[in-house]
Design a protein around this ligand. Structure first.
Ligand SMILES: [Zn+2]
Length: 281
C-alpha cells in the first residue's frame, strides 16, 4: 500500500470508525482542522488554502454526492500530506489523474480512495460478493457514498481479485488499472475488438446487465489468448466512455511469461529481448 493510503487508513482507525455510515468526510475534515465550504468555482473543482494548523477546503457542488465526498477527501489528503502549500484541483474524477504523472495529485487521490473506502471496511464487503458485477458495485458505492468510478478503481487497488478496470471509447483504450497480482504478460488491446460487449455498448447502446463470458482473445493481444476466458461487463461513464470490468479466469494467472507480445524489450529477469519478428537468442 502507498504511504498516502496508509496515512488515510490510520486516520480512519484513530477515529475509531467501524462502519461505512460513520465515514463522515466533513466531520473527519473538521477533526483535522479543515473547514469545508461548498461554493461554485470556475476553473477548478476543489481548492485548499491553509494557514498554520487551519485550512479551508472549497468544493464545487455536484449532483453526485460521491464526487463531492471524493473532492473533500482529496483536499484532506493534500492537507495531511503536503501541508504548507495551497492547491487548486481541477479534478474530482479519480481516473483523470491515473494517466497523469502529477505526483501530488495522485497521492491526494490515493489518500481519498483509502479514506472513503478503507481496506478494513471495504475488503470484507467485497469478499462476500465473490466477483462483483457493476450492479453489485453500485450497491457498495451506495453504502460507502462513493462514485462507481472510485469504487471500481479501489476494487482493482485492493488486489484481492484477478480484475482489470479499464476505460474505453469507440477509438480505443483510455486507461486501464490491473490488480497488482495480474501477470504483466497480459497485454490489453488498444483498439476495442468488435467481439466485446463493450463494443456493442459503445456502438449500439446495448448494455450488458450481467458479467458475461468472453474469449480472452477479444481483449488481449497475446497469441494464446484464445485458449482462455474472461468475464466482462461495462457501464456508460462520463464523456461517452465505457467503464469496463474484466475478471481473468484462474488459469490465466498461471500462464507463463509471454515473449511475444507488445513492444517488450526486456524479459521478466531484465534481460534484453529482441522485438517480435526479430530472431530471438
Ligand atoms: Zn489536488
Amino acid at each position: 500500500m502507498t504511504s498516502a493510503g496508509k496515512r488515510a487508513e490510520a486516520l480512519v482507525a484513530e477515529l475509531g470508525i467501524k462502519c461505512p455510515q460513520d465515514l463522515d468526510v466533513e466531520a473527519i475534515a473538521f477533526d483535522s482542522g479543515v473547514e469545508v465550504v461548498y461554493e461554485a468555482m470556475t476553473g477548478c473543482e476543489a481548492s485548499l488554502v491553509g494557514y498554520l494548523d487551519r485550512a479551508v477546503a472549497t468544493i464545487n457542488p455536484s449532483d453526485v454526492r460521491g464526487r463531492e465526498r471524493f473532492s473533500v477527501a482529496h483536499e484532506l489528503g493534500h492537507w495531511h500530506l503536503h501541508r504548507g502549500r495551497s492547491f487548486q484541483c481541477r479534478v474530482d474524477d479519480p481516473s483523470a489523474n491515473l494517466s497523469s504523472d502529477r505526483a501530488l495529485e495522485k497521492e491526494a487521490d490515493n489518500f481519498a480512495a483509502h479514506l472513503l473506502l478503507p481496506g478494513p471496511l471495504f475488503k470484507p464487503v467485497i469478499a462476500q460478493l465473490g466477483q462483483p458485477s457493476f450492479q453489485q458495485l453500485t450497491k457498495v458505492a451506495g453504502e460507502f457514498e462513493t462514485s462507481i468510478m472510485a469504487t471500481a478503481l479501489r476494487l482493482a487497488n485492493i488486489d484481492t481479485l484477478p480484475v482489470i478496470v479499464a476505460c474505453y471509447t469507440r477509438d480505443g483504450k483510455r486507461w486501464s488499472l490491473p490488480a497488482a497480482d495480474i501477470p504483466k504478460r497480459w497485454f490489453l488491446k488498444d483498439k476495442l475488438d468488435e467481439d466485446t460487449f463493450t463494443y456493442d455498448f459503445l456502438n449500439s447502446g446495448k448494455e450488458s446487465r450481467y458479467l458475461g463470458k468472453q474469449s480472452a482473445d477479444a481483449w488481449f493481444e497475446n497469441d494464446d489468448a484464445e485458449k482462455y476466458e474472461v468475464l466482462e461487463q461495462c457501464i456508460g461513464s462520463a464523456g461517452g466512455t465505457a467503464l469496463v470490468l474484466l475478471y481473468l479466469q484462474p488459469d490465466m494467472l498461471d500462464a507463463g511469461f509471454d515473449w511475444n507480445v507488445g513492444n517488450r524489450r526486456y524479459n521478466e529477469r531484465g534481460s534484453y529481448v529482441p522485438r517480435r519478428g526479430a530472431s530471438r537468442r
